[in-house]
Design a protein around this ligand. Structure first.
Ligand code: PLP
Length: 389
């Protein structure tokens, strides 16, 4: 078979995820401490697992409506109103999806025509540019830097807008930097979106995991923004439910209806098991979530302190469970640093360049790892940094 003719050029031209590429190197190696994968080290809280078990015991093994269970949509609506202060109609403005991942894909497919440009702030989650390309859009990164604590600079955003720009993707708290956008910055970004008639996809999957004083603000809650914003959220991170694959999109009914159409032809619905577990998470899982957040908070403080002591300059990230220390003073690239750290000291972290070119000089370290392993990883990293001086 001539695979060069058989396979889609659009897909074969797409680079592999920098994270996957890096972790393939670690496959098979023993005794590695991983600060690599962006996944809670907690098991899903027991009451949520029990809800999934109960669902199966009752024989709930069918499809649900393409819109998902109405009881789930009602629980999402109540939760979102309480947490984000935005009201969504559970009957037509909310769509449960297979993770935030599916919601991103659906939204881009329903918004973009070929050649439409999508802006997003970089370093960013690895799927943004590829999903834009799969929807025949043109991804345009707006670089962020430590000078703005990796939050999107409104002036840089406005300078990047062209007549083809249609969508802005936001992700605060941010993967991989843990950065947050203060309300004032979001207000400036919102004014730019209104002025230039942009639609906003805001991926707020880490919104509960904030450790600063300010309450989380969703851009969807700012005046004039609900009608031009799709709020994406899910259960993977805050409720430690990555494997249950459940997320949701909240936004204008015109867009939700089109997304539901694509969803009905592709995924049909998230499993009924995870939908029933999701209801339990929203209604009775918040205390467990807050306990996990407290634990991440302590680990963040520990790891940032250790990094700064060993000469990796590290800002205090306001949210998520990532640190983004600088390795610039060691005079080697992010990739070489991460590779040698892995091979010589058996600690896996991700080169900043996996999240965009402006991640050069940085490393992403996920601290959703047990405290004793974090301590061992930091000891090993300190020895490595010492050896590079
Ligand atoms: N968005 C961001 C910013 C992420 O970091 C991730 C996972 O790491 C996702 C979306 C995917 O989330 P889900 O598990 O809900 O598909």
């Amino acid at each position: 078979m001539d695979w060069s003719k058989m396979l889609s050029k659009q897909v074969t031209d797409m680079p592999r995820s920098g994270i996957r590429e890096f972790f393939d190197l670690a496959t098979g190696s023993k005794d590695i401490i991983s600060l690599g994968v962006g996944e809670p080290d907690f098991v899903t809280p027991w009451n949520i697992r029990e809800a999934a078990i109960r669902s199966l015991e009752r024989g709930h093994t069918t499809y649900t409506s393409n819109y998902g269970l109405e009881s789930l949509r009602r629980a999402i609506s109540t939760y979102v109103q309480g947490f984000f202060h935005v009201e969504y109609d559970p009957l037509c403005e909310i769509l449960p999806t297979v993770g935030v991942s599916e919601a991103i894909d659906l939204a881009l497919r329903c918004l973009l025509n070929p050649g439409d440009e999508v802006l997003y702030h970089e370093p960013c989650y690895v799927s943004y540019a590829p999903t834009v390309m799969m929807a025949y859009g043109i991804p345009r990164a707006v670089e962020t830097s430590i000078d703005d604590l990796f939050a999107l600079n409104p002036a840089k955003l406005e300078a990047a807008i062209t007549p083809r720009t249609k969508v802005l993707m936001l992700n605060f708290p941010t993967n991989p930097t843990g950065s947050i956008a203060p309300r004032k910055t979001l207000e400036e970004i919102a004014a730019i979106c209104i002025k230039h008639d942009l639609f906003v996809l805001t991926d707020e999957i880490y919104s509960e995991l904030r450790y600063d004083e300010e309450e989380h603000t969703s851009i969807a809650s700012l005046p004039g923004m609900k009608e031009r914003t799709l709020l994406l959220h899910g259960f993977s991170k805050a409720f430690a439910m990555t494997g249950l694959r459940l997320g949701y999109a909240c936004g204008p009914k015109e867009l939700i209806e089109q997304m539901m159409k694509v969803h009905s032809y592709t995924m049909i619905c998230p499993t009924i098991t995870s939908q029933e577990a999701g209801i339990e998470a929203l209604e009775n899982g918040v205390d467990a979530m807050l306990e996990m957040r407290e634990s991440y908070h302590k680990r963040r403080d520990y790891i940032v302190g250790r990094f700064n002591d060993m000469g990796m300059d590290c800002h205090l990230p306001g949210g998520a469970f990532y640190t983004f220390p600088s390795i610039q003073r060691f005079g080697i690239s992010s990739k070489e640093f991460a590779l040698r750290l892995l091979m010589e000291h058996k600690v896996a972290a991700v080169p900043g360049t996996a999240f965009g070119a402006c991640g050069e000089g940085y490393l992403r370290c996920c601290y959703a790892t047990a405290q004793n392993l974090l301590e061992q990883a930091c000891d090993k990293m300190a020895r490595f940094c010492e050896s590079l001086k």
